[in-house]
Design a protein around this ligand. Structure first.
Ligand code: SF4
Ligand code: SF4
Length: 353
């Protein structure tokens, strides 16, 4: 199971789509529960992947070190904005199985969203982590109207990131015309990325483009039972106040609370809405996002939710167009199964943007 551990509700940046720190009364800026109880819970899971999360998790390096020194887990990782890597000693970085660095693509796009100088800081962090031997580094993009998905994803792959994943800046932001943007820019860019992925696959190379890998894995191996992020059924988030949540974004919503570190918790039975139950893409999409399912209409209205769904369907359809050929390439031995196998729970990626 995936355990997203909030180390703090504070963040040192104020990105345009997020606004920075949580209010301390919602997500305290330090851990206020008994961490020995957390140890008992996590060690009861033989397959635990622990990912440090925030806020900016590196604002509380002592908690990260305590967990890595005291809790047995199969895998450790972190989702960080990449500007404070010097706060965690090198030995702990070397023990990270996966590091996700937030970067939105080219310098102009990243700095417009995240602040001047952030791109440089993240690239320096990437180079440092690589130099000390961190093997699996994922670029985690937030995609906005400024993004050119083809140019920005290929830029990050060319920098040397092992994987690139992205999330659309929709639902929890002010409403914008995502449909028009998708038609004119995003979906044609997805088509180009999918073609690039196929051209490489024909030569035996598997590009680390997470949404493509995630959808292909559902086609080739195992469909998703619910949102691929695992929210509530394969993944939980532990807030700094000890609440165990289905989704790390849903820090204020009662439906998200599955229990508490002190008292234990119960996973959810994911009930997909009727729209998803009838949808041909459900095996590859799993309903996309539990938070959007529960709260989407409240923020963006029905038409807004349908606009996002239009983008989701268009993306999945384009990826599935190459799936039979990818299967042939595996059967013919051009691509190795282990190169294309991808489980989003191990990396804390959501697969469907
Ligand atoms: S594509 Fe849309 S309707 Fe279909 S499963 Fe995904 S979220 Fe549900
Ligand atoms: S994809 Fe949705 S449900 Fe999953 S973690 Fe992100 S916001 Fe939560």
């Amino acid at each position: 199971m995936l355990w997203l551990l909030f180390t703090t509700g504070a963040c040192n940046l104020k990105c345009s789509y997020c606004g920075g720190s949580f209010e301390p009364r919602v997500v305290p800026w330090r851990v206020t529960y008994n961490a020995d109880k957390l140890k008992r819970l996590i060690e009861g899971d033989a397959d635990a992947t622990v990912i440090f999360y925030g806020g900016e998790p590196l604002l509380n390096p002592r908690f990260i070190m305590w967990v890595m020194d005291n809790i047995r887990a199969r895998r450790f990782g972190i989702q960080t904005n990449g500007t404070l890597v010097n706060l965690l000693p090198r030995d702990y970085w070397k023990r990270m199985d996966v590091v996700l660095l937030s970067i939105d693509g080219r310098e102009s796009v990243t700095d417009a969203n995240r602040g001047v100088g952030v791109y440089r800081a993240v690239v320096n962090a990437f180079n440092y982590l690589r130099s000390i031997g961190v093997r699996r580094i994922i670029a985690r993009m937030t995609v906005t109207e400024l993004t050119d998905i083809y140019d920005d994803v290929t830029h990050l792959l060319n920098l040397g990131f092992d994987y690139v994943h992205w999330q659309l800046n929709v639902i929890w932001t002010s409403k914008w015309d995502v449909r028009a943007w998708a038609d004119s820019n995003y979906l044609p860019g997805i088509k180009r990325l999918v073609n690039l992925f196929l051209r490489n696959a024909e030569e035996g190379r598997v590009l680390g483009i997470v949404p493509i890998l995630g959808v292909l894995n559902a086609y080739l191996f195992k469909p998703y039972e619910g949102p691929p992020c695992g929210a509530g059924y394969r993944a939980v988030a532990v807030s700094t106040d000890g609440r165990i949540l289905a989704c790390p974004i849903a820090v204020r919503e009662d439906w998200s609370v599955l229990g508490h570190v002190d008292t234990g918790f119960k996973l959810m039975n994911i009930q997909l809405p009727e729209m998803c139950m009838k949808c041909e893409y459900r095996p590859y999409c799993g309903g996309r996002c539990l938070y959007a399912m529960m709260e989407g209409e409240k923020y963006w209205g029905k038409d807004g939710v349908l606009a996002v769904d239009y983008v989701t369907r268009g993306t999945i359809k384009t990826i599935l167009s190459i799936a039979p050929r990818i299967k042939e390439l595996i059967n013919n031995g051009v691509i190795k199964t282990e190169d294309i196998t991808y489980d989003p729970i191990l990396d804390s990626t959501e697969v469907i943007p």
